[in-house]
Design a binder for this molecule. Structure first.
Ligand code: MF3
Ligand code: CO
Ligand code: CO
Length: 271
């Protein structure tokens, strides 16, 4: 298998799916408040995707090899949870940092995006800095995407920025090719060396989704078989966009009106 190049028709479907995924996050943001349970957020997002968007929540019953089917429609990861947290009866508290990861399927194509929220609008200095640096890592990665660049270029800028700020990069999970399949080639590592790895070509679609820990990089999996946490229980943050490599650079497919803009640190590099 190799990296698929999407046709113009497929790209148009990816644009639609990407925007819908981002719009689920816009829709749910006002509900992300102290006291709400992650299960309530799951029900609201599920109903919005299915009834308003006529889209399919990709996580529901998703079962990669070696995994039990994922039981919910979104992923909700709080504080030291890195990714793939399963919605349930847990209520959000003021000052929690919270990742909501949304993947929709529309017309056979996937859009995948996640954002961080600081519950109640304010958190610790560390929590805010971790969320901001991780957003900068995502956009620094995006800023180097263009035909002829290599995947290692993305990994290097992310690793340098995370570690330069005293944080660490999770190694076991990465960005991924995406299209008619949820996860396809290539693997997009969030660490590495510039000039290494596959060369990017116009028509490739993949995600960048750095998971950055305030403490050490090591992770463990909870007995539910899905939820990933930091081994040292330090805070972890993640942001994700789905991208298209264009003839001249990059198009972010998961933008929406409510999507936080690219941080100032990365703007000069974006084409
Ligand atoms: N959305 C996640 C990603 O960015 C994958 C979640 S798989 C699930 O790749 F089954 F947990 F939903
Ligand atoms: Co993804
Ligand atoms: Co995702």
């Amino acid at each position: 298998m190799s990296i698929t190049i999407k046709t113009p028709d497929e790209i148009e479907k990816m644009r639609v799916a990407g925007r819908l995924a981002a719009e689920v996050l816009d829709y749910i943001e006002p509900f992300v408040k102290p006291g709400v349970t992650t299960g309530e957020l799951d029900r609201l997002c599920h109903d919005y995707m299915v009834n308003v968007q006529q889209a399919i929540p990709a996580p529901l019953n998703y079962a990669p090899p070696g995994y039990a089917p994922y039981p919910k429609s979104i992923c909700t990861s709080i504080n030291h949870q890195v990714c793939h947290g399963i919605p349930g009866e847990k209520a959000l508290k003021k000052g929690d940092i919270f990742n909501l990861d949304i993947t929709v399927i529309k017309d056979g194509y996937h859009g995948d995006t996640s954002r961080m929220f600081i519950v109640g609008g304010d958190g610790s200095i560390l929590a805010k800095r971790l969320c901001q640096v991780t957003l900068e890592c995502l956009w620094l990665g995006i800023s180097v995407v263009k035909p002829g660049a290599r995947l290692g270029d993305i990994g290097q800028v992310i690793q340098k920025h995370a570690e330069g700020n005293g944080f660490s990069v999770v190694r076991e999970f990465c960005g991924h090719g995406i299209g008619a399949k949820f996860h396809e080639e290539p693997q997009v590592l969030h660490y590495g060396k510039a000039g290494t790895g596959p060369e990017l070509q116009a028509g490739m679609t993949f995600t960048i989704e750095p998971m950055i820990n305030a403490g050490k990089a090591a992770i463990s999996e909870l007995p539910d078989g899905w939820t990933i946490v930091t081994k040292d229980r330090s805070l972890s943050a993640q942001w994700e966009h789905t991208l298209l490599v264009t003839e001249t650079g990059v198009e972010v497919l998961t933008l929406s009106d409510g999507c936080p803009p690219a941080p100032a640190i990365t703007v000069p590099a974006i084409r």
